[in-house]
Design a binder for this molecule. Structure first.
Ligand SMILES: [Zn+2]
Length: 236
């Protein structure tokens, strides 16, 4: 019997702009836990000039994609620095945008089994045309980087940020159709086959969430799932 509580890993899968970012923010507002994304981990290690950061920088300077081994090392590093939870509590570790390929999935799966880490996969499913519509209506705060959607008409470009009240809502330069189409094509080539693979291999651990609905409807499903998984609520 272990003295501390436990972390349950939730891997969030889905196309670019499938609404994962918004859901992660809402999940962490409600439930106890923390999150990992490859992009944030890369920035963290480069800024602190860690050994991993130096290796990452060598890839970037050579104009190469960071290798699967390095992405896996970034993930392990975050997973191993989670710290202890309160006794009896179940805490979330949300993993965003990783794994991206069948090869990465197999690496991470070996690790989870070896460390006996409880885990689930959450797939946010949404059609390409819906994403293209949503993406062109996406605004980001230039100060706290919270994403907002113009769909529904509650916010517009150049509005003050409703979250931090300091920043201004801007359209990010990569929020254009060509970039989105390219990212969707990349997803189709590398990540869609992995999602199919996971669907087949993780039957009890895999949940598909229909994500062309409103943020609230999606979050209701997510909340029910996390409540059923007995994840502790954040104390207010
Ligand atoms: Zn803000």
């Amino acid at each position: 019997m272990t003295q501390s509580g436990m972390h349950r890993f939730f891997f969030l899968l889905g196309k670019p702009a499938s609404g994962k970012g918004t859901q992660i923010r809402r999940i962490l507002d409600t439930f106890k836990g923390s999150s990992f994304s490859t992009g944030d981990a890369l920035k963290y290690h480069i800024a602190r000039r860690t050994e991993l950061g130096q290796q990452v920088k060598a890839f970037i300077d050579a104009g190469k994609l960071v290798s699967d081994d390095i992405v896996m090392a970034l993930f392990r590093d975050s997973a191993e620095h989670l710290g202890d939870t309160t006794i009896g509590e179940s805490t979330l570790f949300l993993v965003d945008g990783f794994p991206r390929t069948v090869g990465q999935y197999e690496m991470v799966k070996r690790y989870l089994v070896e460390k006996k880490i409880p885990h689930s996969f959450l797939y946010f499913s949404v059609a390409d045309d819906h994403i293209l519509r949503r993406f062109t209506g996406r605004l980001t705060c230039n100060t706290c980087f919270t994403p907002f959607s113009t769909i529904g008409g509650t916010v517009a470009e150049n509005d003050a940020c409703p979250q931090c009240k300091k920043g201004k809502l801007i359209r990010r330069s990569d929020d254009n159709e060509t970039v989105v189409r390219n990212r969707l094509a990349e997803y189709r080539a590398a990540t869609a086959p992995m999602v199919e693979h996971i669907t087949a291999h993780e039957k009890g651990n895999f949940t598909e969430i229909e994500s062309s609905r409103s943020e609230d409807e999606i979050f209701n499903d997510v909340r029910m799932l996390l409540t059923n998984a007995k994840i502790s609520l954040k104390k207010r």
